[in-house]
Design a protein around this ligand. Structure first.
Ligand code: BT5
Length: 312
């Protein structure tokens, strides 16, 4: 099921706040300037979202219980982010990056679970209920060679949000805790050269089950902290993403690069990077001004822009 919410129109957020205590249909209708029938429709929409709502003849409506991870809570987290205007919340979908493909910049797509969550190069991203799976559609004022910086910037945002778990960044797109992958980022380009559109897809293991085959390489926040909530993690990521994205767009990449290096797990390690048909081996020395990984081998420095990085 899909719920679409306009983030600049705050009505649904206000309605949920209002009916945290008894409110009559008349009062609600008056507040929003709508008919009693329209109130009833909105209440039904909240019920479809999983809200349990009591209704009594003289008292009106009241929320009895709210689902922990619901579209209105997400809308509340996103409502003040100036580069976002529409929330698409799926109870289930194939892949949020796929859903975001034909959407305008300013769209935010999130799913409770994905049936075909994907990583880079057609790899699979396990997306059981309990994790965070979302995609942000952006039209950054950046030229095409600056786009890889957006993935690095997103990584910094996630690492900052997960700083209390000692999160580290592995080039180019992984966030690790205790050496295990907790988050992956998939940035995809669409649109035209003059008007580039980028879909930043982020997947984070929060309360979801990790499949047996990934037991030794992946972790979930609930393995580290009991009772961790997706909405709290999302809220922190959005706050950090918003601030870092604005910095990137206003030419402050150097500041972000500095933060990336502080969180970097890869520095001074022996790595093997598979990029296209080529294999680079050497010691990771950092990332340069363009976001390329610097690999030192036999006293020579090689620059690699994308690829799969292994520690050897
Ligand atoms: C990534 O690819 O790490 C990017 C993952 C992006 C997922 C998000 S979720 C929202 C949005 N919608 C999508 O469909 N995708 C994005 P890559 O570097 O290629 O890593 C993929 C590899 O990570 C797999 O081959 C597995 O080894 C491992 N993996 C798969 N699922 C995982 C999980 N849930 N947790 C940790 N590792 C996982």
């Amino acid at each position: 099921m899909l719920f679409k919410i306009n983030l600049k129109e705050r009505e649904i957020i206000e309605l949920v706040r209002m009916i945290s205590e008894w409110r009559s249909g008349e009062e609600i209708a008056g507040k929003f300037g709508i008919s009693r029938n329209a109130v009833w429709k909105r209440i039904n929409r909240l019920k479809e979202m999983g809200f349990e709502i009591e209704s009594r003849k003289r008292l009106g409506y009241r929320i009895k219980s709210s689902p922990e991870f619901n579209p209105v809570i997400i809308a509340k987290i996103l409502k003040d982010v100036d580069f976002l205007d529409t929330l698409y919340y799926y109870t289930e979908t194939d892949s949020t990056n796929q859903r975001a493909r034909n959407l305008e910049a300013g769209s935010f797509v999130i799913a409770k679970r994905q049936t075909s969550g994907r990583g880079r190069l057609g790899r699979k991203w396990f997306s059981d209920d309990g994790g965070l799976y979302f995609s942000i559609v952006l039209e950054p004022p950046l030229s095409i060679d600056n786009i890889p910086k957006l993935t690095l910037t997103s990584g910094v945002a996630v690492a900052e949000a997960l700083e209390k778990y000692n999160a580290r960044l592995k080039w180019p797109n992984d966030v690790l805790i205790d050496g295990k992958k907790v988050c992956g980022i998939l940035s995809e380009l669409t649109g035209e050269l003059e008007r580039l559109r980028v879909i930043v897809g982020i997947g984070i293991n929060v309360e979801n089950r990790i499949p047996d085959e990934l037991e030794s390489t992946a972790t979930s926040l609930c393995e580290i902290e009991r009772g961790v909530k997706r909405v709290d993690v999302l809220s922190e990521i959005i706050r950090r993403f918003s601030s870092n994205y604005k910095k990137l767009c206003s030419g402050k990449w150097d500041e972000i690069r500095g933060k990336w290096l502080e969180f970097a797990d890869v520095l001074n390690k022996f790595v093997e990077v598979k990029a296209g048909g080529k294999i680079y081996r050497g010691v990771a020395k950092g990332i340069d001004y363009d976001g390329a990984l610097l690999i030192e081998s036999d006293g020579k420095i090689e620059r690699v822009f994308s690829g799969d990085c292994f520690y050897i």
